[in-house]
Design a protein. Structure first.
Length: 229
């Protein structure tokens, strides 16, 4: 999680420096970047998730003395809902630059939904749109084999149980291809990495089950930019 967080924090700081004042967190979960990130003045953070998640998060935040560093706007929808229309109703300006984060989301969606999400983000009149996310490209059979190995491997770390029993049963195929292969045909300029490779740049070794070089999943991190045509 530290490796992933560093990748996305670095990306969002760069997009803010480049002029983005609209940040959309699709599947925002318990993300608190609206509180812990020093956003430029005028930044608006649109958090999209279910009403139940928003309520739980607000309950936790109420126990702290945290104050937002940007305007936080909550939108109650899931990734397959009418979030695009709800964003517009909440004041999102399709003609201004924006940054979109799909953190921990694409793991649980099939290719068609992933494609639909990107179509909903792209193609507007904004001069610049940024996108970042993460997902795995292993097949369901490869995931099943991985789970079987971890259940019988006495040397597997404790966190392997979380992956095997907590994540894999709910995982979906996702985009099904590396980020550049998936997004470049739609005219995104893509920069891709993996959890393991980005961890190396930070002198952090990710667990074996997140490193394809050591028999684990191929987990991708990417950021991309699209300019208006």
């Amino acid at each position: 999680m530290a490796v992933r967080t560093h990748f996305f924090d670095t990306h969002l700081r760069a997009t803010a420096a480049a002029g983005s004042r609209q940040v959309v967190l699709l599947g925002s979960g318990l993300d608190v970047r609206a509180y812990r990130t020093p956003w430029p003045r005028g930044t608006r953070i649109f958090e999209i998730d279910s009403a139940e998640v928003h309520a739980f998060k607000d309950e936790l935040l109420a126990r702290t003395d945290l104050r937002p560093t940007a305007e936080r706007i909550k939108i109650s929808s899931d990734a397959t809902g009418e979030w695009r229309e709800m964003l517009a109703a909440a004041g999102f300006d399709n003609a201004r630059p924006s940054s979109w984060l799909l953190e921990g989301l694409l793991f649980y969606l099939d290719r068609q939904i992933c494609d639909d999400i990107v179509k909903g983000i792209a193609g507007g009149p904004a001069p610049m749109t940024w996108l970042a996310g993460d997902y795995a490209t292993s097949t369901p059979q490869e995931r099943a084999d991985f789970a079987a190995r971890n259940r019988t491997d006495d040397k597997a770390p404790d966190s392997a149980d979380i992956i095997t029993d907590g994540i894999l049963p709910h995982a979906a195929p996702g985009p099904g291809a590396p980020p550049a292969q998936w997004l470049s045909p739609a005219e995104w300029n893509v920069t891709e990495s993996t959890f393991a490779a980005h961890g190396t740049t930070l002198d952090r070794r990710v667990p074996d089950h997140w490193d394809s070089r050591r028999g684990g999943e191929s987990l991708w991190l990417f950021h991309a930019v699209q300019k208006a045509s």
